[in-house]
Design a protein around this ligand. Structure first.
Ligand code: MN
Length: 164
């Protein structure tokens, strides 16, 4: 991770802290999805957003208007949604949070219902705990031989539990 990304991550913590009361789980899901799409294309259309979140277009429109009032995005003509710089910072944090939790679960060997677990955990983890999880992920990336040891240990434990 370069310094610039690090800076943005920390800014993301601050912004999310300021808006903690204002952002529901569902708002976070929207912002994460919008950010993912805006990374590639710079915008997302309402109908595409609704489809990727499995909601009806009118619900997506309502939510987008709410997030617009918070200054996180622009809702433009022809159903196009773009993020404000503030929205991008929050989105970057939310995507990073998702990836950090996903990597962590993969490291500890979660395969079944991986994404369900990510979605459940990501909304409730605190920035402080998330940061420590990030450090743990980095630790295992830095010392793959320790990860290997952990995997051996885990598999032997799981086999023991199966036999019992
Ligand atoms: Mn997510």
């Amino acid at each position: 991770m370069n310094n610039n990304q690090e800076f943005h991550t920390v800014r993301g913590y601050e912004i999310i802290g300021k808006q903690k009361q204002a952002l529901s789980h569902s708002m976070e899901d929207y912002l994460e999805m919008i950010y993912r799409n805006c990374l590639n294309e710079g915008h997302i259309r309402i109908n595409v957003l609704a489809e990727s979140l499995n909601v009806q277009a009118p619900s997506a429109t309502k939510m987008v208007q709410k997030l617009g009032k918070l200054g996180l995005l622009h809702y433009e003509k022809y159903g196009t949604v773009k993020m404000t710089p503030e929205g991008e910072k929050v989105g970057r944090y939310l995507l990073k949070r998702h990836e950090t939790i996903e990597n962590f679960l993969k490291i500890i060997g979660v395969e079944q219902n991986l994404l369900v677990n990510v979605e459940l955990i990501e909304h409730s983890v605190t920035p402080g705990a998330l940061h420590k999880i990030e450090i743990l992920n980095q630790f295992f990336r830095t010392y793959p031989e320790i990860l290997e040891k952990y995997e051996e240990y885990r598999i032997s434990k799981e086999n023991e539990d199966k036999i019992r």
